[in-house]
Design a protein around this ligand. Structure first.
Ligand SMILES: C[S@@+](CC[C@H](N)C(=O)[O-])C[C@H]1O[C@@H](n2cnc3c(N)ncnc32)[C@H](O)[C@@H]1O
Length: 233
């Protein structure tokens, strides 16, 4: 893919999430077009709870960095385990919603494009949820290098992302093939965008990270999420 095409995708992805900010939590809370019925919703929430427990077990942590914090569904969890929290996102709309939630006066918010941003200090924990899947595969190595450079010597990473299943997405959005990394997404008003969405196989991701010098365990919570934690080898 040419650099121009990359830049266009990254820009469109940022615009998509700004447009989606006010409706984003519907996806996580299984509401409206993401409501797949009681049983599926209950299973989703159970898996969310199990990943929350894994994250909570990392605390207490001094300096925490959250990348692509969005509306703050996980900022809330990070606040419980950190002494100092910096949260970065490219969308002013996402940050405004996140800031409006309780306890956010303690968070240092930064609005920046993560493909251009560099940390000004080192962090003990770097967290990102549902972000790695939006990093174009061609930028995977650079992204992990940026994370490595932003960690303290014994620092750790924790990330969460989507497993490939039609149950996660909205009724009116069909997943493409598992290997397709560009997907079409629509907002509630029907506006359409093209964004990056990579579905990682946990074992393969763990191996790829090992090749980049990471000792990270990547696991499945069940049907919906993968999560990984660890540090530099
Ligand atoms: C799928 S959401 C995840 C939000 C949050 N981490 C969560 O789990 O709820 C992806 C987030 O990435 C942000 N984002 C998209 N492209 C970005 C970029 N180039 N730089 C920084 N943030 C970006 C969006 O604004 C959005 O908040």
């Amino acid at each position: 893919m040419t650099n121009d095409k990359h830049q266009k995708l990254i820009k469109e992805q940022m615009e998509y999430y700004s447009g989606r900010a006010s409706e984003y939590d519907q996806w996580f809370l299984r509401q409206e077009r993401y409501d797949k019925g009681e049983l599926v919703n209950a299973r989703w929430l159970k898996e969310v709870a199990s990943v929350r427990t894994e994250l909570a077990a990392l605390g207490p942590v001094t300096e925490v960095l959250e990348l692509a914090c969005g509306t703050g569904l996980w900022t809330e969890e990070l606040l419980k385990i950190s002494s100092s929290l910096t949260a970065v996102d490219g969308s002013a709309e996402m940050i405004t919603i996140n800031k409006s939630k309780p306890g956010r006066d303690k968070v240092n918010f930064v609005q920046a494009n993560l493909f251009e941003w560099q940390a000004q200090k080192k962090y003990d924990l770097i967290f990102f949820s549902f972000w790695l899947s939006h990093v174009p595969p061609e930028k995977f190595n650079d992204f992990w290098q940026m994370v490595k450079e932003s960690l303290t010597p014994n620092g750790q990473v924790f990330f969460i992302d989507s497993l490939y299943t039609q149950e996660s997405t909205a009724f009116n959005q069909k997943l493409r093939g598992k290997k397709d990394t560009i997907v079409s997404r629509v907002l509630n008003d029907g506006t359409e965008f093209e964004i990056v969405k990579v579905f990682y196989d946990p074992d393969q991701l763990q191996k790829d990270l090992k090749n980049l010098g990471w000792n990270v365990n990547v696991l499945k919570s069940g049907k919906y999420f993968l999560y990984g934690g660890g540090g530099v080898i």
